[in-house]
Design a protein around this ligand. Structure first.
Ligand SMILES: C[S@@+](CC[C@H](N)C(=O)[O-])C[C@H]1O[C@@H](n2cnc3c(N)ncnc32)[C@H](O)[C@@H]1O
Length: 195
């Protein structure tokens, strides 16, 4: 839909990093659950950002491939000594053979159609029975917001039923969808496996 959101991240990577990551207990348990399923297997992370979640997952023994649509984050990760590559979830190839795909607060920047398309490519990126871990904002419709970064970002809001439907259409079977209250808004934490 737009390159405005990515341009915001290009300009505000440091600001975003300084906001910090993972604190929420629900997010920690979500990532722990992913690590428990994946073990020492491989995870393709979409929209890694500063890499808070990747660090936690690696500390649990998982192998994480870091990617992001913003060069600013790719360079930040590389400067910290990690391998990272640019991957725009709307257009770029995901690769294949991963045990899991993680997209934490990333696919919420896509339109509904772009989201469904990304789910199909995520399905093709994992092995049989592979895992998908996604977090989205819960609600209706979509909106532009300048919250937190003082530049515009686009968000699509989702309800659990439409998330399930989109997943089923893309070859995923829902394990669970959790309703989690964030700092200011409700979120959906989604786990699914490839069928
Ligand atoms: C809200 S941040 C979340 C970052 C990280 N997952 C975390 O939880 O800290 C959204 C991330 O998605 C990335 N992003 C936005 N649009 C993208 C796109 N089309 N393709 C890939 N990454 C994108 C941004 O650069 C940013 O790193």
């Amino acid at each position: 839909v737009d390159d405005v959101t990515l341009a915001t991240y290009e300009a505000r990577a440091q600001t975003y990093r300084d906001l910090g990551g993972v604190q929420r207990p629900a997010l920690r348990s979500f990532l722990d659950r992913v690590a428990a399923v994946v073990g020492d297997g491989s995870i393709l992370e979409l929209g890694t950002g500063p890499g808070f979640d990747a660090a936690l997952l690696e500390a649990r023994g998982c192998r994480v491939t870091r990617t992001d649509g913003a060069y600013s984050f790719v360079e930040m990760l590389q400067s910290a000594g990690h391998e990272a590559r640019r991957l725009d979830v709307r257009t770029d190839a995901f690769g294949d053979g991963f045990d899991a795909v993680l997209a934490q607060a990333v696919l919420l920047h896509l339109t509904r159609d772009e989201y469904s398309h990304a789910l199909v490519r995520a399905r093709d990126a994992v092995v049989q029975n592979g895992l998908l871990a996604v977090t989205l904002k819960e609600g209706d419709g979509s909106a532009w917001s300048e919250a937190k970064l003082d530049l515009p970002r686009y968000f699509t809001f989702w309800r659990a039923a439409e998330v399930s439907e989109a997943l089923a259409g893309a070859g995923w079977s829902v394990i669970w969808i959790d309703h989690v209250m964030g700092a200011t808004e409700p979120w959906l934490y989604v786990l699914a496996h490839a069928v």
